[in-house]
Design a binder for this molecule. Structure first.
Ligand SMILES: Cc1ncc(COP(=O)(O)O)c(C=O)c1O
Length: 409
């Protein structure tokens, strides 16, 4: 028998399969209400329009749309995308470039590949986006957590962390944030916090990764925000976006926009990885923007997800207010639940699944070992409206029993 592991590269020896994915295998083949995955509701997918557009694109534009295309993306599409971003108040400046990618996940990986060497310090929100954590870990970065509270990334803590690192002679390279409708915490950073983050980035000479899948369909005005990319005066923000939530994730279409010197570096990596993103998908998305399909998806998404968020919030109010608190998102897909008392939401997971409900144990989003045990991420985006109350009710029972058996109820 061949022993294969000796052939594995040094780089991929660092890669780990997500333990959350392993945990979620428990839910397979069961009838369960799952608040775990962050999937869009398929009811927002513009199936008919995509069908019509794909047909037109293949027949009428097929010579170009079915051909190889430039690495940074189809030129005409990048122009249309830039227009869309500007209408969405994301400023793409004179010195900026855009590279179209296979989802924003690829953009995040390529940009990190271009910028992060093993041992580099990356500041990451805690709790923070798991797939970003995994990218930075895979590349051998040293992750330093920065606290997220109910208003998102806390600039006071960021300042404290930066002072501490400075005292040790350590120079971090970048700070990663998902400032609007955060995954996993459901928080949105107000403008003054964003200003402080940019000031700190300037003082300590850092780059800022702004990961922004959710700002296009916020459905509540209670927090006023501006994109970091738009507020950035020095060219420190590298901005990541995606069509996954405003058209369909199946197209795998995202982008990175930022200072041309940095984005050209990303282009260089992309050329090695996959030459370019699907030309056909770019033509489809271009036509979807031009025909107003993306705008219509956004309007539909706002109505649907607001309704689902409200349902989950009122279910939580009704069933968990005695022993938990949670965030109140103005957009996106997630509510972050914190249980008062010493409960371990990871060990409780199999019981919850047995009872018919799933979530993501919150500690998965923490880089500090052992932190976040009493937390969970709940997604309201995918489940049917009538399942939301029932799922929260089931979860509240499991948590109450867990608290009782640990003597903390
Ligand atoms: C914060 C964040 N960044 C990036 C992504 C990745 O999106 P994409 O489908 O474009 O790869 C997601 C998707 O859930 C996300 O929540």
């Amino acid at each position: 028998m061949v022993e294969y592991s000796k052939f594995f590269s040094e780089l991929t020896r660092r890669f780990r399969a997500s333990d959350v994915r392993e945990l979620l295998k428990m839910t397979e083949g069961r009838r369960i209400i799952s608040f775990a995955g962050g999937l869009p509701d398929p009811r927002v997918f513009p199936k008919t329009e995509i069908g019509e557009i794909a047909n037109m694109v293949a027949r009428e534009l097929g010579e170009k749309a079915l051909q190889y295309s430039p690495t940074p993306g189809v030129g005409e599409f990048r122009g249309v995308l830039k227009g869309f971003l500007e209408r969405s108040r994301v400023r793409i400046g004179e010195g900026d470039e855009i590279v179209v990618t296979s989802g924003s996940q690829e953009a995040l990986f390529l940009a990190s590949m271009a910028l992060v060497s093993p041992g580099d310090v990356v500041l990451i929100e805690e709790p923070g986006y798991l797939a970003a954590i995994n990218v930075f870990k895979a590349l051998g970065a040293r992750l330093v957590p920065v606290r997220v509270d109910d208003e998102g990334l806390d600039p006071e803590h960021l300042a404290e962390v930066l002072r501490m690192l400075d005292g040790e002679g350590v120079k971090p390279k970048l700070v990663y944030t998902n400032p609007t409708s955060n995954n996993p915490s459901g928080t949105t950073m107000p403008i003054d916090r964003r200003r402080e983050v940019l000031e700190l980035a300037s003082r300590y000479d850092l780059l800022v990764f702004e990961d922004d899948p959710y700002s296009f369909f916020t459905f509540d005005d209670s927090v006023r925000f501006e994109h970091l990319k738009t507020m950035d005066k020095e060219g420190r923000v590298v901005y990541f976006g995606t069509f996954s939530k405003i058209l369909t994730p199946g197209l795998r279409l995202g982008w990175v926009a930022g200072p041309s010197e940095i984005v050209s570096r990303v282009e260089l990596v992309k050329q090695i990885v996959d030459l370019h993103t699907s030309t056909l998908d770019q033509y489809i998305a271009m036509e979807a923007i031009r025909r107003g399909v993306v705008e219509r998806v956004i309007e539909k998404a706002k109505i649907l997800y607001r309704k689902k968020r409200d349902l989950m919030l009122s279910a939580l109010d009704e069933t968990m207010s005695d022993f938990a608190n949670w965030t109140r998102p103005i957009g996106g897909f997630f509510i972050f639940l914190r249980i008062s008392g010493g409960i371990d939401m990871r060990s409780l997971f199999p019981k919850a699944v047995e009872r018919g409900v799933a979530y993501v144990p919150g500690d998965a989003f923490y880089v500090t070992p052992g932190a976040g045990r009493n937390t969970a991420r709940l997604s309201y985006s995918f489940n049917r409206e009538e399942e939301i109350f029932e799922g929260v009710r089931l979860l509240s029972e499991v948590i109450k029993e867990g608290l009782a058996s640990s003597g903390k109820a």
